[in-house]
Design a binder for this molecule. Structure first.
Ligand code: CMC
Length: 433
């Protein structure tokens, strides 16, 4: 017999079903709780709330395990190929050589933006944050592909996914070119996904950017390591928006906005600012850690801590190795790497971080890798978004296909005024001092 949980409320008790995942994770299923008891659960921040069953990504935060469709993340390190991982996440298994070739060909075929979209870029000030442009332009894709707004079948979905994965790269590159006042560089159909992104960002008219293998592999790995992380803030946002049956472009545009915040994807920018601050001598690593521990300050040690990982984030481990290897191969030592290592050493020996199980997360070393590749700091979170897109698409599609689809709509416990009468304006007292 399957396990149940017993809930006592006053003199009544209720049996609630228990769901068990492949890896033994358990959840009390409260779907019928309110109907049966009149009670809801209260869980600000959702740390104890499972929003769905999912077969996409598995994390064991206590053991530092991350698997995409069952495959440990470490196995993508030796021959990183972001497009293959995107397929795996979205379609549930590794592509056959033929499937991979077709998908890669679709990405190449759809890399260009409608020429009309260029005028949208012109409307933004040069100083516009690229994450704002990225979100706006992904949403704007809905205007150019109305045929995808009502999703009919798997084939249409595949085309839409390919279009979005390809075009996000072009939008990202154009937002960078716009910020520099440089001409847009069209995608080159001869190039693969990552070299093409770097080509669009860094080639100049008549001067081709040449992508070194070590750079290509490092960026492929960065994108793969960001590709999915189950129900994180941005993915949950994509699912929340998608639950109203909003289209994929609108849902992913919302995901970009959620990712932007410094507690989520924007942390990679904050980490680099922190390291630069220390490098300039404005503050010592010891002072930074002291400030992050102080309850009087809102400062945190950026790139440290995680809602799920209570031991090492495996992505941080891999990125730390990649950073070292990349800098060495390029012959470009970076003092920020030494500062990061020093900060990590101090924090990991400090009881504050030890007791709270705060370890480096994916954002701690990713900025050093991106900086070595030549990505400017205002594009860091955009790179995270390009990486995370396959995960968003996979979760959105999974949700759309899961029946019965219900709109996501949490409840609340109201703590405001009791019944209160409206007072007409003329009868109200002035409260201007
Ligand atoms: N520096 C100092 N103290 C911290 C930190 C940190 N980076 N992270 C957590 N804490 C403390 C926090 O103050 C709290 O202490 P206390 O119990 O005394 O009140 C305790 O640790 C638990 O923290 P929490 O805020 O309840 O943890 P959370 O699960 O809600 O937040 C987090 C997770 C990632 C938002 C948080 O650790 C954080 O703000 N880290 C810094 C920002 C960052 O690196 N974000 C990237 C996250 S990983 C990639 C991604 O999602 O994009």
């Amino acid at each position: 017999m399957s396990e149940t949980a017993t809930l006592s409320l006053g003199d009544r008790s209720y049996e609630l079903p228990v769901s068990v995942g492949t890896e033994g994770e358990c959840a009390i299923d409260i779907r019928e709780l309110r109907g049966r008891t009149g009670y809801i659960t209260l869980d600000p921040g959702y740390a104890n709330t499972g929003s769905c069953l999912s077969d996409i990504t598995f994390i064991d935060g206590d053991r530092g395990v991350l698997r995409y469709r069952g495959i440990p993340i470490e196995q993508f390190g030796s021959d990183p190929n972001f497009v293959e991982v995107a397929w795996l996440l979205i379609f549930g298994r590794l592509p056959s050589p033929e499937e991979y070739r077709c998908f890669a060909a679709d990405l190449t075929a759809h890399a260009n933006l409608d020429e009309g979209m260029k005028y949208h870029f012109e409307g933004f000030p040069r100083s516009a944050p690229p994450m704002a442009i990225l979100s706006a332009m992904i949403n704007a894709l809905s205007c150019f592909y109305p045929e995808y707004l009502e999703l009919e079948d798997d084939v249409t979905f595949r085309m839409m996914a390919a279009r979005l994965i390809s075009k996000i790269r072009t939008i990202a590159a154009y937002s960078y070119r716009h910020s520099k006042g440089q001409p847009y560089i069209y995608p080159d159909p001869k190039l693969r996904y990552v070299p093409n992104l770097l080509h669009m960002m860094f080639s100049q008219p008549y001067v081709e950017y040449e992508c070194e293998d070590v750079v290509r592999d490092a960026l492929n790995l960065v994108l793969i390591l960001h590709a999915d992380h189950e129900q994180n803030c941005s993915t949950s946002t994509v699912r929340m928006v998608g639950s109203s049956q909003a289209n994929l472009f609108a849902s992913c545009a919302a995901g970009v906005c959620a990712l932007w915040g410094p507690l989520h994807g924007g942390a990679n920018v904050e980490v680099l600012r922190m390291l630069e601050d220390i490098h300039r001598g404005n503050v010592t690593p010891e002072d930074y850690v002291r400030r992050a521990k102080s309850k009087d300050s809102r400062a945190r040690l950026m790139g440290f801590g995680h809602r799920v990982y209570k031991s090492f984030d495996p992505r941080a481990k891999m990125l730390s190795v990649v950073a070292e290897r990349l800098l060495m191969t390029l012959g470009k030592p970076d003092p920020l790497l030494d500062i990061a290592r020093k900060l990590e050493e101090i924090a990991l020996e400090d009881p504050y971080f030890v007791e709270r199980k705060l370890y480096p997360n994916v954002d701690f070393y990713s900025g050093i890798v991106l900086r070595a590749i030549g990505i400017p700091i205002n594009m860091f979170t955009v790179m995270f978004a390009i990486g995370r897109l396959p995960g968003w698409i996979a979760h959105w599609w999974k949700q759309i296909r899961t029946q019965p689809g219900r709109i996501n709509r949490p409840r609340q416990i109201y703590t405001g005024n009791g019944l209160t009468d409206y007072v007409p304006m003329a009868e109200r007292e002035s409260n201007v001092g």
